[in-house]
Design a protein around this ligand. Structure first.
Ligand code: ZN
Ligand code: ZN
Length: 327
């Protein structure tokens, strides 16, 4: 097998030939068909997430075919297509796992961060954290659903019944959640990097009612806002854009520091919350909902060995939609 390996943060991934692993008890060996490139991968590679397993194979938006089945796995068959998300394992017994909040597990494993992920021709995954995917869809188009889609879904749920929703940072997660939200009767206000007319046009093409720079004030007060851009300065801006009782959801795993801001921005029962990881229930809900909504993902394909180029394009804001690696 071939894997793109990060040996040390802030260095390029290196292509490496490895022997094909065997799945252990409860595991699946997958032949990777496609793996999405998520901003979290960039945070791992750039050293902003501090405790990766090293060396690590990044990638947690994996679409693959079951190539071999470990002992004790009964619910998958060889050749079946499955998806592997960020949540790679949980302990099952901590207070969070015991209360339906496995996304906050005290002893988790994360795909592509603390266990090897999908920037490879093959990977081994815990079968309990794999999800069946439709066999007839384009693998590359499915890949972004597994993190961008799932985290977007969890973020959207956090906005409750908000009708008018601002989205800050219109990348992979935003372009999926916008389609889900619009299908559910919500109105989307897209905030993009100031001057990024391509991102603004992209948001409008997906049905946003308004799109403008993140330094602009929307034409009306919003019920909620979701921040996907890793920019802490957007938090006070988003709080200023939501009406009384509104919610601001931080959807990313890493953000630059949030500048201090007047209490008046939070007062009147505005809420500021973050999203951490996902639960398997989120995945089951969202993967069932995706075909009903008819989500169309916009993907840019790269060969597996061009992973560094894909990461650079994401870092520099050169992508509309989601980058996907194809082995
Ligand atoms: Zn746990
Ligand atoms: Zn991700």
């Amino acid at each position: 097998m071939t894997a793109m390996v990060l040996r040390r943060p802030k260095t390029p991934l290196e292509a490496e030939r490895r022997p094909l692993p065997s799945p252990g008890p409860g595991e699946l060996l997958l032949a990777v068909e496609a793996c999405g490139v998520c901003r979290t991968d960039l945070h791992v590679v750039d050293g902003e997430l501090e405790h990766p397993k090293l060396p690590i194979v990044p990638g947690h938006e994996i679409v693959g075919r079951v190539a071999a089945i470990g002992a004790g796995v009964t619910d998958f068959a060889v050749g079946e297509r499955v998806g592997v998300p960020w949540l790679g394992h949980t302990c099952g017994c901590c207070p969070y796992c015991s209360s339906g909040r496995e996304n906050l597990c005290d002893d988790p494993l994360f795909t592509g961060y603390t266990r090897d992920g999908g920037y490879a021709t093959h990977t081994v995954a815990d079968a309990s954290y794999c999800f069946p995917l439709p066999s007839d869809s384009d693998a590359a188009a499915l890949a972004p659903l597994l993190c961008a889609g799932l985290i977007g879904w969890r973020s959207l749920k956090m906005t409750g019944d908000a009708r008018d929703i601002g989205i800050y940072g219109f990348g992979a997660a935003a372009h999926i959640v916008a389609q889900v939200a619009i299908a559910r009767g919500r109105r989307i206000f897209a905030f993009v990097r100031p001057g990024d007319t391509a991102a603004r046009d992209f948001a409008l093409s997906l049905g946003a009612v308004w799109a403008g720079g993140s330094d602009e004030t929307p034409p009306e007060k919003l019920d909620a806002a979701i921040i996907f851009a890793p920019v802490g300065a957007l938090v006070p801006r988003a709080l200023a854009a939501v009406r009384k009782g509104g919610t601001v959801v931080c959807g990313g795993i890493h953000m630059s520091d949030i500048p201090s801001f007047p209490y008046a921005l939070l007062w009147e029962e505005r809420r500021l919350v973050s999203i951490a990881n996902l639960t398997r229930e989120d995945a089951r809900e969202f993967l069932a909902l995706a075909p009903q909504v008819g989500i169309e993902t916009h993907v840019v394909r790269y060969p597996l060995t061009a992973a560094n180029e894909a990461l650079a394009d994401l870092r520099d804001g050169r992508l509309q939609g989601a980058a996907v690696l194809i082995p």
